[in-house]
Design a binder for this molecule. Structure first.
Ligand code: GLC
Length: 740
């Protein structure tokens, strides 16, 4: 019986792979047939992308987009959305152009389409793949119901410099954690079948190393060693490619002197031949033209030539391809084969999406009404929002607050704000659909609780005129909730900051609030780690809420009043000072480590004026309960290179409240010809009821142990590996395993 079952299963698998291969052959044939009918101008048109009126970059050369579509000069558009708008432009392509090739419609659906979810750094703080996956699927459903078939998401740039505004857009400092979310996002947006009306093309961006910009300054230079490139910055892209990501966007930045948009080695050889990417590459906004500003191209013609040679398929908004490629081909400076291969990749995606069969498949107005901002979608936003919150401090069990307090003073420049909580890249969200922190608190408390509110100060000004009123109000209340942080326009693209403290007079306001003697709870709304040293040293409780999206007020209130026990963990290190940057957990030991014993000696790696340690480490986050970890139990203390073992810890909830704990696995090669850091290699988010415990088991094998050796070949080196399992990158149980 079992034999028959196995043979049926293998026959089924074989037939699936055969039908898949046949389907691909069928698409390839359609692509080559269509390609053979296209003029050179029509081919270049497929490589050209323009934006609708809502610009997400500098205004370039203005064109008449309808006319360009009609004459076959456009293959895809961005920032045109909604079934009626999309239908309007698709109709021009289908009814007016010669070959009736359907358009792709893209937008930055970074953390939600109309129902806005927490910003990606917040979703990464949840370490909750199920909750984040559900959020991305809602984003996909709302976007595809609104005409879109391409999103420029996920942004998978590893970031270790909080001066860089775009740290908000990614999944933090660690390649393993970012890779999990990269894979998850690609699968969520692309679904199991690209031909489904709820599937859309995903884009892994910005390839590669954008988060390592010099001094955290956006669009600046990037220099990385080959080892750092492959060990830290490429893994999330490899994860996205392994998940069959449809497109990749090269970064604005350079790699060792050559801009990614014109970098043949990186964007053609490494990306396609070494990482195995077969999809579409789309330039970033105007990035081809900007090769001139980088002084690597004398003019637009040279820029177009460098970009197409580097394997950039689509020119977003620079006009370089449409203006220059025709002449370059006719003058034999660019082989037609480079054009044909790029066009083929684009047509292939259009066939795979089913756009030739039904160009209007994403334009179902009834579906649009049903999907957008549904109660279920909002509930998922509230859920992932509360799971993304990190409890940074909670002295004297100040939190959770009682819902029957006599009075609460909600003070701060972001308390009533419904715009900033959406965060940057809020797509088509609206502040009118966003719940402020003040509103969330008001709706959460009992009818007898008085809620006072004062703004206290602006987010970023020197106007002291509101502070006194705030203090006088605060004095009347049982507890103060101070809602502080950044405006969303201080975060995201083109929003680097040279200092990363609370802007404006917020710290002055906070000190005045603290001096009233009332308990103070700080709620942070921000897009980057902040040097909130004073707050950490003084106030009773601090909650990191990031930019939580449409349901901000409800998610935050769920945590403040204990309807949800916070479970978030930091995906990025918080420095004590901007002077420590770049600071991250996975650092080398150095030859003169500043340990507890040595850190006050002279000749060690340390600062004269500040401790080496961060304000809050990677993986850190408190709970309303407490957890304890048993010593690690290894199934074997010695294994062969291709063998594996298990590492088990018993995690107990030693408090009185049910809670979730993110159990983290780190591994560090203790003896290698190459200095090695500890690296996250696994995690489990487990729910443990009060007074109970669970066994958490991690697999330790080649996947977890393999490292790039001296020749940059991934191998399992022999020797000793330290195994750390714990509640953060600094609090853990430790064991060692030897590979013989
Ligand atoms: C922007 C961003 C990129 C985005 C693109 C289109 O400049 O760098 O992430 O996808 O333009 O909006």
């Amino acid at each position: 019986m079992r034999k028959n079952l196995l043979s049926i299963a293998s026959a089924l698998a074989l037939s699936c792979s055969v039908s898949l291969a046949l389907a691909q052959d069928n698409v390839d044939k359609k692509v080559s047939d269509l390609l053979s009918k296209m003029t050179l101008e029509e081919k270049i048109g497929q490589l050209t992308q323009y934006s609708g009126s809502e610009l997400t970059g500098p205004q370039g050369e203005k064109i008449n987009i309808s006319e360009y579509i009609k004459t076959g000069k456009v293959g895809s558009v961005l920032n045109i959305y909604g079934t009626s708008e999309v239908s309007k432009y698709q109709k021009i392509a289908i009814e007016k152009s010669r070959l009736k090739i359907p358009l792709l419609f893209g937008q930055d659906v970074i953390h939600g389409y109309k129902t806005i979810f927490p910003v990606p750094i917040a979703m990464a703080s949840s370490w909750d793949l199920d909750a984040v996956g559900a959020a991305q699927e809602v984003a996909r459903n709302e976007a595809t119901a609104s005409g879109l078939n391409w999103t420029f998401t996920p942004m998978v740039d590893i970031a270790r410099d909080p001066r860089w505004g775009r740290i908000v857009e990614g999944f933090g400092e660690d390649p393993y954690l970012a890779s999990q979310f990269a894979k998850l996002s690609v699968e969520a947006f692309q679904g199991s079948d690209l031909g489904d009306e709820t599937s859309m093309l995903a884009t892994a961006k910005h390839y590669v190393g954008y988060g390592a910009v010099q001094a955290g300054r956006d669009y600046f230079t990037v220099d990385l060693s080959k080892r750092t490139l492959w060990e830290v910055f490429l893994p999330p892209f490899q994860a996205a490619i392994n998940a069959q990501v449809a497109s990749i966007m090269p970064a604005f930045t350079t790699m060792n002197g050559i801009p990614m948009t014109g970098n043949k080695e990186m964007t053609r050889d490494v990306l396609r031949n070494q990482l195995g990417f077969t999809g579409i590459t789309v330039s970033d906004w105007n990035a081809i033209n900007e090769l001139i500003e980088w002084h690597v191209a004398a003019n637009q013609s040279e820029a177009a030539c460098e970009a197409i040679e580097a394997g950039v398929d689509i020119d977003m908004m620079s006009n370089a391809y449409i203006n220059q490629l025709g002449a370059l081909v006719k003058e034999n400076k660019v082989p037609i084969s480079l054009i044909d291969e790029a066009v083929a990749r684009i047509l292939k995606k259009k066939f795979e999406l089913g756009l030739f069969e039904d160009p209007y498949k994403y334009c179902n107005a009834d579906r649009e009404v049903k999907e957008i901002l549904s109660p279920e979608n909002k509930a998922k936003a509230r859920d992932v929002g509360k799971r993304s919150i990190v409890l940074l401090k909670n002295d004297d069990q100040t939190l959770p607050l009682s819902k029957s307090l006599n009075s609460i003073a909600v003070i701060g420049p972001l308390a009533e704000d419904t715009y900033s909580p959406m965060g940057p890249w809020f797509c088509n969200g609206s502040k009118d659909n966003t719940i402020s922190v003040l509103n969330g608190i008001k709706q959460a408390v009992g009818k007898n609780t008085i809620i006072y509110y004062q703004k206290g100060c602006d987010v970023n000004s020197s106007d002291e005129s509101m502070i006194d009123a705030a203090i006088n109000t605060a004095k009347k209340a049982d507890v103060i909730v101070a809602v502080l942080g950044e405006n969303s326009d201080m975060s995201g693209e083109a929003a680097s900051r040279s200092e990363i403290g609370l802007p404006g007079l917020q710290e002055k306001l906070l000190e005045s609030l603290f001096n009233t003697g009332k308990p103070v709870v700080v709620v942070l709304l921000n897009g980057r780690p902040l040097t909130i040293n004073w707050a950490q040293d003084h106030v009773q409780a601090i909650v990191e809420a990031w930019f939580p999206g449409s349901e901000a007020g409800h998610s935050i209130a769920d945590v403040l009043f204990g309807d949800y026990n916070p479970s978030g963990k930091l995906p990025v290190t918080f420095p004590r000072s901007v002077g420590q940057i770049p600071i991250f957990y996975s650092h080398l030991n150095t030859g003169r480590p500043a340990t507890a014993e040595t850190k006050m000696l002279k000749y060690v790696s340390r600062y004269l004026d500040i401790d080496n340690s961060p304000l809050y480490p990677f993986g850190y986050g408190l709970s309303y309960t407490t957890f304890s970890y048993s010593p690690i139990e290894l199934s074997a203390s010695e294994i062969q290179p291709n063998d594996s073992a298990t590492a088990t810890v018993e995690v107990a909830n030693t408090g009185e409240i049910n809670g979730e704990e993110v159990v983290q696995l780190y591994i560090e090669k203790a003896d290698s010809p190459i200095a090695r850091p500890m690296q996250l290699k696994g995690f489990r988010k487990v729910e443990i009821s009060a007074g109970n415990s669970v066994d958490v088991v991690f697999h330790i094998g080649p996947e977890e142990l393999a490292l790039y050796d001296i020749d940059m070949k991934k191998t399992v080196e022999k020797g000793i590996y330290n195994i750390y399992i714990g509640t953060s990158s600094v609090t853990y149980q430790k064991e060692s395993i030897t590979v013989k």
